[in-house]
Design a protein around this ligand. Structure first.
Ligand code: NAP
Length: 266
C-alpha cells in the first residue's frame, strides 16, 4: 500500500488529542483534526504539514445532536479512506446533577456517548472492507470507580466507552480491526482548567501525573498489538488493579473520600 494511512482524531486542539496527532504523523499517517477551536486546529495542521504530513481540519462541536453524522459526511466527501479513529474529545460537568442544566447534561451525553458511537458506525464498514482498522476510545480510570458527588455522568459515560470498546472488539478483532479503551489516570492537560475542576497545586494527582505524549504513545503501541483495555502509566495501573480487586464497599468509601476535595456543589 503506497498511500499513507489516515487517522481521524477528535479533541485534537489540545492535550491527549494533540499528542495523538503528533504521534500519528511521526508514524507516517495523515490526520484529520476535530474540535471546536478552529484556530488551534489550523495552527497544529500547519505545523504538521510543515513536517510533510497531510493534515485536514474539521471544526465541529461534537456535543450537538447530529454533529457526528454531519462530520462523517464531510469526511466521506474529503477522505474516502479513514484507517484509524481516535474518539478522544471529552469534557465533564463538575456541578451536582440537579444543579446543572439538563441541556448541558444532554450535551455531555452526545459528546461522550453518541458521537463516538456514530463516528465508529460511519467509519467501521470501510475498515472491515479493507480488513485493517484501529479504533481508540479515550475513556478514563473513572470508568472503574463507584462514582462520587459531582461529575455525576462522567464515570457512567466513560463506562459506556469501556464496555462499547470491549463488545465491538469482540465483534471485529478477528477481521483486522482492533478496538481499545484507554483509561488514563491524571494527565497534565487543559482538562482541569477547561472544566473548572478545583485542583491542588502539589497534590498526589499532580505528582503522579502523566504527560499527554506518554498516554498517546502507550495507547497507540498497545492498540496496535490488539490490547482491549489500556491503563497508561504505572501509578494508574496500580490504582486500576486495586479498584478491580477491592471489595466494592471499600472501593466506594475510598473513591468518595478521595473525590470529596473536588466537589463544588451547585
Ligand atoms: N486529563 C486527564 O486527567 C484525563 C484523565 C482521564 C481521561 N481523560 C480524557 O481524555 C480526553 C482528552 O482530554 P484532555 O485531558 O486532553 O483534555 P483537554 O486538553 O481539555 O482536551 C479536550 C479536547 O476535547 C475537545 N472538546 C471538548 N468539548 C468538545 C466539543 N463539544 N466538541 C468537540 N471537541 C470538544 C477540546 O477541544 P475544543 O475545546 O477546541 O472543542 C479538546 O481538544 C477526554 O475524553 C478526557 O475525558 C483525561
Amino acid at each position: 500500500m503506497n498511500e499513507p494511512r489516515y487517522a481521524l482524531i477528535t479533541g485534537a486542539s489540545s492535550g491527549i488529542g494533540a499528542a495523538f496527532a503528533d504521534l500519528a504523523v511521526a508514524k507516517g499517517f495523515g490526520v484529520g483534526l476535530v474540535a471546536r477551536r478552529a484556530e488551534r486546529l489550523e495552527a497544529l495542521a500547519a505545523r504538521l504539514r510543515a513536517q510533510g504530513a497531510e493534515a485536514d481540519v474539521f471544526p465541529a462541536d461534537l456535543s450537538r445532536a447530529g454533529a457526528a453524522e454531519a462530520l462523517a459526511a464531510d469526511i466521506a466527501a474529503r477522505r474516502p479512506r479513514v484507517d484509524m479513529l481516535i474518539n478522544n474529545a471529552g469534557a465533564t460537568i463538575v456541578q451536582n446533577y440537579a444543579g446543572a442544566n439538563f441541556a448541558d447534561h444532554r450535551a455531555f451525553l452526545e459528546l461522550t456517548i453518541v458521537t463516538p458511537a456514530a463516528l465508529t458506525h460511519a467509519l467501521l464498514p470501510g475498515m472491515l472492507e479493507r480488513r485493517w482498522g484501529r479504533i481508540i476510545n479515550v475513556s478514563s480510570i473513572a470508568a472503574l470507580s463507584s462514582g462520587a458527588k459531582g461529575n455525576t455522568l462522567y464515570p457512567a459515560g466513560k463506562s459506556f466507552l469501556l464496555k462499547f470498546s470491549q463488545s465491538l472488539n469482540a465483534e471485529v478483532k478477528a477481521r483486522g480491526v482492533f478496538v481499545t479503551a484507554v483509561l488514563p489516570g491524571f494527565v497534565s492537560t487543559e482538562f482541569q482548567a477547561a472544566n473548572a475542576i478545583p485542583m491542588e497545586e502539589n497534590g498526589a494527582a499532580r505528582r503522579f501525573a502523566q504527560s499527554a505524549a506518554e498516554v498517546a504513545q502507550e495507547s497507540w503501541v498497545r492498540n496496535d498489538k490488539g490490547h482491549e483495555i489500556v491503563v497508561p502509566g504505572a501509578p494508574p495501573k496500580i490504582a486500576a488493579a486495586l479498584m478491580r480487586a477491592l471489595p466494592e464497599p471499600l472501593m466506594r468509601a475510598l473513591t468518595r473520600r478521595a473525590a470529596e476535595k473536588y466537589y463544588v456543589g451547585d
